[in-house]
Write a protein that binds this ligand. Structure first.
Ligand code: HEM
Ligand code: HEM
Length: 195
């Protein structure tokens, strides 16, 4: 269970009385929850879209692309926030330091990779269809090639990676709930607003 989470100096008994000292900068959880909501929403829209008849698919596809691109846009600020936060934590006294085990680091690396690779594969699929693609009348995705094979490949990889991300994120969420309700430590609480 603990595989998908940082193993913060985590058990409640390990921690000093100011137990939430390991709390990250508010921007880190804010971006985490915003992106988690967007990813779940874009996944559901993607699944709904797949089953729609062609004539109804276009506007839903527009929403899928818009939400999916917002995940891509938020990725860089999130990486910067996570990186700066980790540097600040390392500069703190050792009792406040965050220890992360290897398995947790690998899982987080996979989640970050998928959050970046999925929208990029989606973009590849949409820019190889042979014409520009209008998105809800707001802007158009450019066409770089008319390449049916690449389009199909990117679409398949995109769908598969999306399913893997949702499964891993589900395990990761279960691990967070396990920490909260069974281990009873601060791993989840540190990511929630309040004290
Ligand atoms: C699509 C859904 C999700 C993705 C992609 C995701 C991804 C991640 C990633 C990459 C981290 C590393 C730190 C960071 O970037 O903020 C993280 C941390 C965390 N996530 Fe999620 N997450 C998702 C949903 C959830 C849910 C639903 C929960 C709770 C039920 C949750 C609880 C946590 C907690 C508590 C941490 C902090 C772990 C620690 O510091 O040890 N996540 N998540
Ligand atoms: C994290 C972001 C995203 C997630 C989780 C996601 C998820 C999905 C899912 C679950 C499907 C259905 C696949 C299936 O059932 O086989 C799908 C289809 C698709 N998505 Fe995404 N998507 C994301 C972002 C994007 C972006 C940014 C674009 C384009 C710019 C895009 C383009 C597509 C295309 C072209 C399809 C195939 C549609 C069809 O077959 O008609 N996606 N996506």
């Amino acid at each position: 269970m603990s595989v998908s989470l940082q193993n913060l100096s985590a058990s409640a008994s390990d921690q000093p009385d100011t137990a939430m000292s390991g709390r990250p900068h508010w921007l880190v959880p804010a971006l985490h929850w915003a992106m988690a909501a967007l990813i779940i929403a874009v996944f559901i829209v993607g699944k709904v879209m797949e089953d729609l008849p062609r004539d109804q698919r276009l506007p839903v596809m527009g929403w899928h692309i818009l939400i999916g691109l917002s995940v891509l846009v938020l990725f860089l600020p999130r990486m910067i926030a996570v990186f700066v936060n980790a540097r600040q934590k390392r500069a703190q006294p050792p009792e406040n330091a965050i220890k992360t085990n290897l398995a947790a680091r690998i899982m987080q690396g996979v989640l970050y990779f998928l959050m970046l690779a999925i929208p990029l594969a989606g973009l590849t699929a949409m820019t190889t269809i042979g014409h520009n693609f209008p998105v809800l009348g707001l802007f158009s995705l450019p066409n770089f090639a008319d390449n049916h094979e690449l389009h199909e490949l990117a679409e398949n990889i995109h769908g598969t990676m999306a399913t893997v991300l949702i499964i891993l994120a589900g395990l990761h969420a279960l691990a967070a709930l396990w920490h909260h309700f069974v281990v009873k430590d601060d791993v989840l609480r540190r990511y929630l607003p309040g004290r």
